[in-house]
Structures are given as structure tokens and as C-alpha cells.
Design a protein around this ligand. Structure first.
Ligand code: GDP
Ligand code: CA
Length: 313
């Protein structure tokens, strides 16, 4: 990595889109720190939804339209697992399963999570690096009227329908940024908070003890931090971010996200439809960039990433 490297913090779908745009400009000068709070065990295998979504997007393998899973995947193994009476609500395609098998085997053989992930990324030809936020397991849990649920029970099985009363990041207090994450922040010339769910994608990353200090130390060196709003016109494009913000006492708007990031961020990027919120965001102490932030294809991902990088110069 040279002097112009970028660290991006990302969850799954929204994060992966901007990460791919950034990778188109930066190649091996990009390190993506991914949320591992969504990780879970299925069929004895470690599944890492956000890491894998970013991986498939950077490798050009993602399912068009959905943004996760492998394009053209088949479900023979899943259907056979169901025939044996295994739970099948978390649908894992055959090619996707191969990733979880390889990863779990290497971990069981004694591999460290970050090394195992980097090895798998190299096998798919990635130039950028996707770094788990921590090698220690952190698990996001969601309290609903039924009590505490594992994140994927809420997100996939219950389709994000229950109201979220509270969040916690189990294990976070025992976690720490990996040496690779610390080095990436240490060498970064800019930092990007991708348009990911601020509460359950960026939130767990920032909840790792030491992560906020790495960010603050970089800022103290003059490294600018930019965030792109995942909320457009008051709504999430996908997923529960809008309802979750409102349910947990925040405003479901770009401004509501800006308030959460006010003490972390120098430049806040809002969608053109939210242009009227820019002045208030600036009163929070951030510069703003107003542009079209909806990423529909490779070209719009690269265009937004280019604008974000230019705004930091
Ligand atoms: P998850 O882990 O798969 O839920 O993905 P993320 O947390 O990374 O992303 C979810 C957020 O991405 C949602 O709040 C969406 O509104 C946001 N999002 C998805 N696509 C886009 C896009 O093209 N532009 C912007 N600005 N946000 C997006
Ligand atoms: Ca996720």
C-alpha cells in the first residue's frame, strides 16, 4: 500500500456497492473493514454475510438485483439438507456453500479469521483487501417483543418484521481491531463510511474497543473522513435501516444519520432528493456533498466513488 490508500467501513449490500466503486479507482490501495456482527453458524459452517457480499461484489460474482449470493447459483445441497430435516430458511447456494466449507475447514485447521479471509479473497483474484473488523467473534442481537434474537433469526427468518426494541453486540467487549485493521488505518490517506445501516452494519464496527481511537488518531493526522447516507428521501433502499432508526429514537432521514456520525465525519454525502437537509447537516460541523447516490450499475458505483474521493482532496 502506498500513501494514497483508503479505508472503507462497510456492511453488506449498500456497503458492497460503494466498495466496488472505490475498488475500480483504487485497486490494491483499498482496504474494506467489514462488519462481522451478522456472522452466524449454519450447518456447522461459519457464514459471513457482509464479508461475503463485499467479496462477491468485488469479484464480480454477485447476484444481479439481490446483491448477495453468487449469480447463477443452484440449490441442490440446500434442498438435500432440507430432505434430511435440516432447517432451510437461510438459503445457501451450492457455490456459496463452497466458500463456507473452505473457510470453516481452514479455521478448524488453526487458521486465523483474517488470514483465512485474505486467502479466499486472493483465490478469487481480488486486488483490494476485505478485513474482518475483528478476529474475535462479535454477534449482533436484536431485542423484540419475543426477547433477544440472533441477528439472522430477525433479519432472514422473521424478515425484519418485528419492531426492534434494543440492539447489543455480544462479544464486542472482548474484541479488538486486528493488526491488519490497525495498519490500514495507520496508512490511510482517507476514510469512507459506506452507505450501510448505521446501527447494525457500521455500529458493530465502531463498537469494537479501539476502533474509534484508530479513526480519531487518523483524523488527528489530518486524514479526512467521509460518510455516504444510506437513507434517501427518508427511506432505506433495501432492508430495515429506516424503521430501525425510527424505532430506536433517531430520525429516519439523511439528517438523522448525519447526527449519528457528527463527531466522526468531515464530509457528509446526501442524495440530491435530500438537498434541503444539507444546511442543517453543515450546522453539525460537517461539509456536505449533494449528488445522486443511487448506485444501479458498475458505472454509477464508480461515478459516486470518484465524487467521494474527489470531495476529500
Ligand atoms: P446489509 O448488511 O446487506 O443490510 O447492507 P448494508 O448495511 O451495507 O446496506 C444497507 C443500506 O444500504 C440500506 O440502508 C440501503 O438504503 C443502503 N443502500 C443500498 N443501496 C444503496 C445505494 O445505491 N445508494 C445508497 N446511498 N444507499 C444504498
Ligand atoms: Ca449485514
Amino acid at each position: 500500500m502506498g500513501g494514497h490508500s483508503v479505508v472503507a467501513l462497510a456492511g453488506g449490500v449498500g456497503g458492497a456497492k460503494l466498495a466496488e466503486g472505490l475498488a475500480a479507482h483504487l485497486g490494491d490501495r483499498l482496504s474494506v473493514v467489514v462488519n462481522t456482527g451478522d456472522d452466524c453458524e449454519r450447518h456447522g459452517l461459519l457464514v459471513m454475510p457482509d464479508h461475503d457480499t463485499v467479496l462477491y461484489n468485488l469479484a464480480g460474482l454477485e447476484q444481479a438485483g439481490l446483491g448477495w449470493g453468487v449469480e447463477g447459483d443452484t440449490y441442490a445441497a440446500m434442498n438435500q439438507l432440507a430432505a434430511y430435516g435440516e432447517e432451510a430458511w437461510f438459503r445457501l447456494g451450492d457455490r456459496d456453500l463452497a466458500l463456507h466449507v473452505a473457510r470453516t475447514a481452514r479455521l478448524r485447521a488453526g487458521g486465523r479469521l483474517t488470514d483465512v479471509c485474505l486467502g479466499l479473497q486472493r483465490a478469487l483474484g481480488l486486488a483490494a483487501r476485505i478485513l474482518p473488523m475483528s478476529d474475535v467473534p462479535v454477534r449482533t442481537q436484536v431485542r423484540t417483543a419475543d426477547g433477544w434474537l440472533e441477528f439472522q433469526e430477525y433479519f432472514v427468518h422473521q424478515r425484519q418484521t418485528p419492531d426492534v426494541l434494543e440492539l447489543r453486540f455480544d462479544g464486542a467487549l472482548d474484541a479488538s481491531p486486528t493488526p491488519e485493521v490497525a495498519a490500514a488505518f495507520g496508512e490511510a490517506s482517507s476514510i469512507v463510511l459506506c452507505p450501510s445501516n448505521p446501527l447494525v452494519s457500521i455500529g458493530p464496527i465502531l463498537a469494537v474497543p479501539g476502533m474509534r481511537s484508530l479513526l480519531a488518531a487518523a483524523r488527528a493526522r489530518g486524514v479526512p473522513v467521509v460518510a455516504v447516507s444510506p437513507i434517501i428521501g427518508g427511506h432505506a433502499l433495501k432492508g430495515p435501516a429506516d424503521r430501525m432508526l425510527a424505532a430506536l429514537g433517531h430520525e429516519s432521514s439523511a439528517l438523522g444519520v448525519a447526527r449519528l456520525y457528527a463527531d466522526l465525519v468531515d464530509v457528509f454525502v446526501l442524495d440530491a432528493v435530500d438537498a434541503d437537509e444539507a444546511l442543517v447537516v453543515e450546522t453539525l460541523g460537517m461539509r456536505t456533498l449533494v449528488t445522486n447516490t443511487i448506485m444501479t450499475d458498475d458505472a454509477s458505483r464508480a461515478r459516486l466513488a470518484g465524487e467521494v474521493l474527489t470531495a476529500l482532496r
